[in-house]
Design a protein around this ligand. Structure first.
Ligand code: HEC
Length: 139
């Protein structure tokens, strides 16, 4: 009982601080050093830039206008809907869905797929980092 309370407390602190878990932080650090190589003068990722990447509309893989928000909705606290399959998608914001941005393997896989859907290419390290900062702060 006491232990679970402490865990919950620690967890609440992490979420309030918008921190990434250690595994995810390690991935963010990798992206940072990649971004430094891609762009001189790079200092840190930026949620505002991430929001733009997330909400801007592009002609996607299937030749139609699409954005990340098309499936995940504009409000990341809300349930989204896959525009291709009609399946519901649980909220992307870790504030609404604590499982989000917790497993590096899943995050990498879906970023690769989803950037392809919208941008018809993989995201750069900078784009991925920006978008992860945005999702992690989307209240
Ligand atoms: C065609 C619909 C669609 C589009 C467009 C889309 N996604 Fe997704 N996304 C999904 C589905 C489906 C999943 C996996 C199901 C789930 O996790 O609920 C997913 C999962 C994710 C995850 C995994 C999160 C986690 O930790 O579980 C991230 C991150 C993500 N998407 C980001 C993006 C970004 C960034 C874009 C725009 C570049 C984007 N998505 C565009 C459908 C989409």
């Amino acid at each position: 009982m006491k232990k679970s309370f402490l865990l919950l407390f620690a967890f609440t602190l992490t979420v309030n601080a918008k921190g990434f878990n250690p595994q995810m932080q390690q991935y963010i650090n990798q992206l940072k050093s990649q971004a430094q190589k891609e762009k001189s003068g790079f200092t840190d990722f930026n949620a505002k830039r991430g929001q733009k990447i997330f909400t801007s509309v592009h002609i996607g893989k299937r030749g139609k206008n699409i954005s990340c928000s098309s499936c995940h909705s504009i409000n990341l606290q809300q349930t989204g809907k896959n525009i291709h399959t009609g399946k519901l998608i649980k909220p992307l914001s870790p504030f609404a869905n604590t499982k989000r941005l917790s497993k590096v393997k899943d995050v990498k896989k879906w970023l690769r797929r989803n950037f392809n859907d919208v941008y018809k290419r993989e995201g750069s390290a900078m784009e991925k980092g920006d978008v992860l900062y945005y999702i992690n702060s989307a209240k």
